[in-house]
Design a binder for this molecule. Sequence first.
Ligand code: ACO
Length: 322
Amino acid sequence: MTYSRIAGTGGYLPEKVLTNKDLEKIVDTSDQWIRERTGILRRHIAAAGETTCDLAEQASRRAIEAAGRQPGEIDLIVVATTTPDQVFPSTACLLQSRLDIHGCAAFDVQAVCTGFVYAMGVADNSIKAGSARCALVVGAETFSRLLNWKDRTTCVLFGDGAGAVVLEASDEPGILSTHLHADGDYASLLQVPHGVSQGYDAMQENAAFVEMRGNEVFKMAVNTLGRIVDETLEKNNLRKSDIDWLIPHQANIRIINATARKLRMSLDHVVVTVQDHGNTSAASVPLAFDAAVREGRIKRGETLLMEAFGGGFTWGSVLAKY
Ligand code: ACO
């Protein structure tokens, strides 16, 4: 049996930092409100002209280096993004060219904040099936481009960034299981309600901005993430105490705390970066993962539970031995 294992991680954040105090000058909000309701203190924002592929390239180079690999060894590229550089080609194809990789499969996955978890599921299955041996899995977003900077209920929540993982074939796991779900009936609670096929007009007021019914999303996220934790543990015959690290989607500290409580996990074993990154959508889990690896907190042999929830609704988890 072939499994996939995590060979290396990388992350990249744009230079520009936007603090809560900065936001006070843009919309009717306060540092205190944002801290208390979300846990966010600051977020990174891509410079004018800096694209999702730019961020993805930096994160990917770091992950490939950490894995001790050369770009030419990569034989599958999956990029999770909601904010592609272009309608097409996919950001994965643009990234492939940047990395001077040729011929391997490269495609994007769109599952909003759950995108990286979906991409890991796809790459893990490709390696298990024998169709890839060394996959580059990326979550990258310039989510700030989708924000209405006049809407205080959404613009304070999000940031830009990219995280990447190299998965390689191995005789031992690695990835223990992945769990992917969606329910499109909830589309209207969290959406950008415009797109190419609807005759998208970039010049319109409110052309393509995130709209969210935050309160309802919050409740669904807490309940759904609790269930995905149970599902993942049951499938693997594990107890809550077997998990060394929870690496949650970084949307809101209150959602993260609720999931940690459900796992009876001390916050010392939960990777939290939401204070510095905000919600970077598909980039949030791999960015948090990379930060904890580089800080030496997550160590080889430890059991990791990654989970995410996002627009769609989509939700999912990855259980892995690092
Ligand atoms: N500054 C100051 N006041 C604000 C702000 C702000 N930035 N935003 C909203 N308020 C006000 C509201 O207008 C409201 O005022 P009112 O009582 O006078 O009507 C009050 O604050 C409370 O608003 P709520 O929406 O009830 O606040 P809540 O405690 O629910 O927090 C939040 C809002 C942070 C958005 C929360 O609901 C949340 O985190 N939701 C989930 C977000 C999430 O997880 N998204 C999932 C993934 S995202 C993705 O997939 C793309």
